[in-house]
Design a binder for this molecule. Structure first.
Ligand code: NDP
Length: 475
């Protein structure tokens, strides 16, 4: 019996994905550049061995799969993917589908897809979220490619995906780079979500002087409410864990330098490319960069010291309730921005991205999974073409209920010198977005003054320049 699908790359993600595929009753052929890895993988597969065909050569591997052959490539992102595709190509036949399941830049995905045009072969760019655990037991899967190629893999991918209320967290989202683009924005939102949680943690730790375990209690409580989500859940667990060596809270012993692999940065670059304000995601990426500059921060603290903090609010309970609402408000801002970037990209690349479906497949399996995404799913289902999530009836009500707490929290943090760039940028975004008459009239006047750029008048009178002479007079 031939395999239903093939997989190349038995690293952390690939091996877990392969076991998941086998476990769900799909026969799978596997290959890894270093054959010892394949041998070990097969030897460790236990009762799933019957579903796995381990292959040591590409010829053997390709022959083991039922045509048209879907082949998942789950290897190091970048050049290795192009190299692997070149190696595979001569062995493939009309209709075969190479599927890049790594964290690719969607622009590379579009290029790879286009390069295969007229070759008889096709390409799927597939975003897989949920880390190792997700790959093994059910990831969220975002697929981009032709609809025909999706139909060939739909059954297998549906069987391995995460489920939310029995609904599979996998969908075909559009042509070429659609899946990898959506995965990129997922990661950008993830950056913002994590940064906002970290900022709130910073206020609890440095503004209220709570211990790690006291903060864990706060997050445990929040996880029962509207913030219920995987990230809040693991935050509580992280805060509770003790270091096995010293017995101290683990989190207190971890250096405050955050790493990043690039998808957050890509989100920000693409937001800028599309002309969409994604300030919370930008703030989150910038905050990781600043976090990594530990030496410079230490030197700067020696020069400036720290500002004198405000006294902790007298009503601690009320302030903690404010923090919960502030986090919700800011989170709405970040998600609204992420969806706005996707909406702009959808038009630019002609993908027709289905917003309710994207929210739906993020409800389980991925890192940002939450009850909140179920609410986003409903909001977009009722109004799939709305300009911005925050003006949907459900979310506008949430913003009305929570923007005052966000304002109080940001004010308190700012006056105490506690950095809250992501929370503050979400607030700044609301304040700019909700105000019909802003201050850009002055910018237009300045631009006209020095560059004769002209402006529109509020009274409709057709007089495109101001009474400031040539502007160069001041020189
Ligand atoms: P690993 O480092 O665990 O595995 C790397 C794999 O790539 C190995 O199988 C390796 O083969 C293979 N490889 C590397 N270079 C080449 C090459 N030039 N030709 C062929 N094979 C090559 O990686 P991960 O499993 O962590 O990540 C794989 C992909 O999944 C990446 O794109 C990553 O960004 C993405 N991803 C990772 C997540 C995670 O949580 N780890 C989450 C979501 C996506 P060999 O054994 O021969 O060295």
């Amino acid at each position: 019996e031939q395999a239903e699908i093939g997989l190349i790359g038995l690293g952390v993600m690939g091996s877990n994905l392969a076991l998941n595929i086998a476990e769900k009753g799909n026969k799978i052929a596997v290959f890894n550049r270093t054959p010892e890895v394949t041998k070990k993988f097969y030897a460790d597969a236990g009762e799933l061995q019957g579903q796995i065909i381990p292959c040591e050569t590409i010829e053997e591997f390709v022959a083991a799969i039922r045509p048209p052959r879907p082949i998942i490539i789950m290897i190091k992102a970048g050049d290795p993917v192009d190299q692997q595709m070149e190696i595979l190509k001569p062995h493939l036949e009309n209709g075969d589908i190479m599927i890049d399941a790594g964290n690719a830049n969607f622009r590379d995905t579009i290029r790879r897809f286009d390069n295969l045009k007229d070759s008889g072969l096709t390409f799927i760019g597939m975003g897989v979220s949920g880390g190792e655990e997700g790959a093994r037991h059910g990831p969220s899967i975002m697929v981009g490619g032709t609809e025909d190629s999706w139909k060939r893999v739909e059954k297998v991918l549906t069987s391995i995906s995460a489920k939310y209320d029995n609904e599979p967290c996998v969908a075909w989202l559009g042509n070429d780079g659609a899946g990898h683009f959506v995965k990129t924005i997922h990661n950008g939102i993830e950056y913002a979500d994590m940064q906002m949680i970290a900022e709130i943690y910073g206020i609890l730790r440095d503004g209220l002087n709570l211990s790690a375990s006291e903060i864990a209690d706060v997050f445990a409580e929040w996880n029962k409410g509207r913030l219920n989500s995987y990230l809040i859940e693991i935050t509580e667990k992280v805060l509770r864990a003790a270091d096995p060596i010293t017995g101290k809270p683990m989190v207190d012993l971890i250096l405050d330098k955050a790493g990043q692999k690039g998808t957050g940065k890509w989100s920000v670059i693409e937001a800028q490319n599309m002309g969409v304000a994604a300030t919370a995601i930008e703030a989150a990426v910038a905050a990781r960069i600043l976090s990594s500059q530990k030496d410079e921060r230490e030197s700067a603290e020696k020069i400036f010291g720290l500002p004198k903090a405000l006294a902790a609010p007298a009503d601690k309970k009320a302030f903690i309730a404010d923090l919960e609402n502030a986090l919700l408000a800011a989170k709405i801002g970040a998600y609204a921005q992420g969806f706005a970037v996707m909406s702009a990209a959808s038009k630019e690349f002609g993908w027709n991205l289905p917003m309710p479906t994207i929210a739906r497949i993020w409800r389980a399996g991925c890192i940002i999974r939450s009850q909140f995404l179920d609410e986003i799913t409903s909001a977009f289902t009722k109004d799939p073409h709305v300009a911005n999530l925050i003006v949907t009836p459900a979310f506008s009500q949430m913003v009305k209920d929570t923007d005052a707490p966000l304002r109080r929290v940001v004010s308190h943090a700012v006056l105490s010198g506690l950095p809250v760039p992501a929370l503050a940028s979400a607030l700044g975004y609301f304040d700019a977005y909700r105000r019909a008459r802003g201050s850009a009239n002055l910018i237009q006047a300045q631009r006209d003054f020095f560059g004769a750029h002209g402006f529109e008048r509020i009274d409709g009178v057709d007089k495109p320049h101001g009474p400031w002479g040539s502007g160069l007079d001041i020189f």
